[in-house]
Design a protein around this ligand. Sequence first.
Ligand SMILES: C[S@@+](CC[C@H](N)C(=O)[O-])C[C@H]1O[C@@H](n2cnc3c(N)ncnc32)[C@H](O)[C@@H]1O
Length: 308
Amino acid sequence: MVTKAETYHVPVLLKESVDGLRIKPGSIYVDVTFGGGGHSQEILARLDNNAHLYSFDQDADAEENFHPSTAKAQQFTFVRSNFRYLKNWMRYYGVDHIDGLLGDLGVSSHHFDDETRGFSFRFDAPLDMRMNRRAGQTAADIVNNYEEEQLADVFYLYGELKSSRRIASELVKTRSQKQILTTSDFVKAVEPIFKRERGKKEIAKLFQALRIEVNQEMSALKEMLVAATELLAPGGRLSIITYHSLEDRIVKNMMRAGNVEGKIIKDFYGRTQSPFKLINNKVIVPSNEEQERNPRSRSAKLRIAEKL
Ligand SMILES: C[S@@+](CC[C@H](N)C(=O)[O-])C[C@H]1O[C@@H](n2cnc3c(N)ncnc32)[C@H](O)[C@@H]1O
């Protein structure tokens, strides 16, 4: 398989996350976030002839990074879908268990670098931000139609922005005059608030919050983790890289407690009942060298767990 990974996206914690799967002969693996194909390529390189890899991505651009013209092509299946449908797709392919699942959550560098998709305030573009452009609400739909309070909640919850109420109120005022349709319209509406604060960093958080809401990233993650927990065979591994504190909390809850809420369930003897054994108690973060080389990796956290 040849990928455009170098320009599309530089894989983060590549060795650590794939080592975390502890790949075994004849087994079935899933990469739920194909992107530029960096992690998938590394997994494929480690598979023996009887093993298989299913890779998901909901973005049509990612599918273009897959070129099935190599020896390993028959051992690879690309699934152009949201990973929240993991269980249905595995059923469709007749797979009743998997031996490892890797997730490298969020968006790829390609999303930020594509001038037309609306993920970055560096470019003027339609306010879209959908990873899957065939479905769902765009960022403009949300900004123009959510109630003021709903908008404030999104910015507070996913962007941790203290000024979320003022931002929401400013957006509602602006949209009552004229719809907010582009990244520039959006930035222009909120800029007066941020000038007095930390400017670009805050606007980046605002874009992140909106993107998480557009793509319903937290609910997709929860559904996928529940399905993965059911599908994993005993001894199978979850290896998940997160970039946002809420994502990390959901992953940690599932690995520690066996549910995404983190509700600890104890047995008769008071022992915690979890379907997983933690492989790393402390999160794994990129080395200083990786963080220098790839600034995007700086917020990455890797957690690995094994199904009991
Ligand atoms: C951080 S990138 C993965 C990069 C990849 N590991 C690599 O090394 O090139 C995340 C990818 O997952 C995809 N993605 C995010 N959420 C998804 C979801 N719920 N379902 C399917 N794909 C998703 C995005 O479209 C993006 O291409």
